[in-house]
Design a protein around this ligand. Structure first.
Ligand code: NAP
Length: 483
């Protein structure tokens, strides 16, 4: 199959925080890959903006180094590096002052697509938005990209939305959740809504339960101070896990267009039942003989912040009545894996001797480390010996049919940035969606705070705390193995 990379229109993309960790590790290496794939046109420019007085040459050298360090460029792609670097510009700017804004205003070509990536702390969003307007830089068509975390509760998310909406229309605001940029997440929508096969089964009549797992092997690393004020609920559940839940649970939108998709996601969030205290387990990783505890990593010996959460959630609507959604995420677990598992009900009756009805069909959607899908089905074991049944995974990664496009398949950030340039908001969160998600998670967090809840300890390298196992065992079900 021939790769279909469609170049976007020429653009000026300004990255506020262009020298920061996210810009160096993700955004610019990602843009370089799009450049190599032929998607970024020759007339496009990327303008890094930060306070450092490093000059254009200094910035270009910094990004050259970052691409080599974090972009894992192939030998063939390095041929394009000089041409890409030539498209980089730099403006020393103080977001909270006047320095640099005049220069930026002169540099921007307003007749092209303009995008402004706010890759800085959320406390600076309001200043950037206000100055883009007071310096008459942003056009009514300009797009702004904002990073997570989008607030730390409903109140702060509302305040951020208000600050941005004073300067920009919702149609200009792109709130990134990079999980939505993953190939398999989009494939989930293609599988659900592009085939007749799955949708008739996609409901409480045929689905027993759903598991969403985002397991990490890393701890809090150098982000301890930030993470300790956040925790797994704010850092992972409120955004990534809830977005995945929405895509699985939403009704088919009337069209694959941004507002139709986001309207359906919003309905799911609004249908989530409040979570009972005994349906939530929070954990914190403990020290072993060779590894430090969460409290040591976070440099807070009295921390009650959770590095793990498991939740049993329910969606109160006709499609999902009575179907539990088990969500879990944690750090320093056994393996790094992100998976959605749709576990179908048992057979109502087995015609075979050995109870085939005990095995359930499972559609497993793997997001990382490798993206793919498998469908566990029961078949006859080949060969003589009567009707012996085996349960095997049917690989649905379609690599044979589609060929290996791993080289030109964009990673989540690349795809989302190109969507910004194209003006496609489908894979970005709308303001009301973010607020609704906080509205659901806030009471859970408030309840912990009110009773000074102490997280359950779990071993580094385990699958999480014992109580999380009990949460699902009580229902006669098991978590899928973290592997
Ligand atoms: P960072 O490494 O601390 O970088 C911050 C950037 O902002 C630097 O370029 C800094 O440069 C610039 N900056 C700070 N204050 C400024 C000011 N007053 N005026 C102009 N520039 C200023 O942060 P980061 O890790 O890249 O994160 C950026 C945003 O992305 C944050 O909201 C973070 O939560 C979010 N995020 C990051 C990651 C990640 O993997 N890093 C992942 C998800 C979300 P100067 O100091 O030279 O001005």
């Amino acid at each position: 199959m021939v790769s279909r990379v469609i170049p976007v229109e020429p653009f000026d993309l300004v990255i506020f925080g262009g020298t920061g960790d996210l810009a160096r590790r993700k955004i610019l290496p990602g843009l370089f890959r799009r450049f190599c794939a032929g998607q970024m046109p020759a007339g496009a420019r990327i303008i890094g903006a930060a306070r450092g007085d490093i000059g254009q040459q200094g910035y270009q050298d910094m990004i050259r180094g970052a691409i080599n360090e974090f972009g894992a460029p192939s030998a063939e792609s390095l041929v394009h590096l000089d041409a890409f670097i030539a498209q980089l510009h730099y403006v020393a700017i103080d977001i909270c002052g006047d320095g640099g804004w005049g220069e930026l205003a002169k540099l921007i070509r307003k007749d092209l697509v303009n995008a402004y990536y706010f890759s800085v702390a959320p406390s600076l969003f309001g200043d950037i938005a206000a100055r883009l307007n007071s310096w008459d830089i942003a056009t009514p068509e300009a797009r702004i990209v904002v990073e997570k975390p989008f607030g730390r509760d409903l109140q702060s998310a509302k305040a951020l939305n208000k600050v941005l909406s004073q300067q920009f229309d919702e149609s200009q605001i792109y709130r990134i959740d990079h999980y939505l940029g993953k190939e398999t997440v989009q494939n989930l929508m293609a599988v659900r809504f592009g085939n007749l096969l799955f949708e008739p089964l996609w409901n409480a009549q045929y689905i027993d339960h759903i598991q969403i797992t985002v397991a990490e092997t890393v701890g809090v690393g150098g982000r301890g101070a930030y993470y300790d004020k956040s925790g797994a609920m704010r850092d992972m559940v409120q955004n990534h896990l809830m977005q995945l839940l929405c895509l699985i649970a939403m009704e088919p939108p009337s069209h694959f267009d941004p507002d139709a998709v986001r309207d359906e996601k919003l309905k799911v969030i609004r249908s989530l039942a409040p979570v009972a205290a005994h349906h939530v387990v929070r954990g914190q990783y403990d020290a072993t003989a060779t590894t430090a505890s969460y409290r040591t990593d976070a440099e807070n010996p009295r921390s009650f912040t959770e590095s793990y959460v498991a939740i049993k959630a329910h969606i109160e609507n006709w499609r999902w009545a009575g179907v539990p959604f088990y969500l879990r995420t944690g750090k320093k677990l056994k393996a790094r894996t992100s998976e959605i598992a749709i576990v179908f009900k048992k057979l109502p009756h087995s015609i075979f001797e050995k109870s085939a009805d005990e095995k359930q069909n499972v559609l497993a959607i793997q997001l990382q480390p490798n993206e793919g899908m498998t469908l566990d089905v029961t078949i006859k074991e080949p060969g003589p010996g009567g009707m012996r049944l085996v349960h095997v995974p049917l690989d649905m990664t379609f690599a044979d049919a589609l060929g290996d496009h791993s080289e030109d398949t964009p990673d989540a950030y690349e795809r989302l940035i190109m969507d910004v340039i194209r003006g496609d908001q489908t894979l970005f969160m709308r303001g009301d969606e973010v607020e609704a998600a906080w509205k659901w998670t806030d009471p859970i967090i408030e309840a912990w705070e009110a009773r000074n809840d102490v997280p359950k300890l779990y071993d580094v390298g385990s699958a999480g705390p014992e109580d999380a196992m009990a949460l699902i065992h009580r229902d006669g079900r098991r978590w899928r193995e973290v592997k």
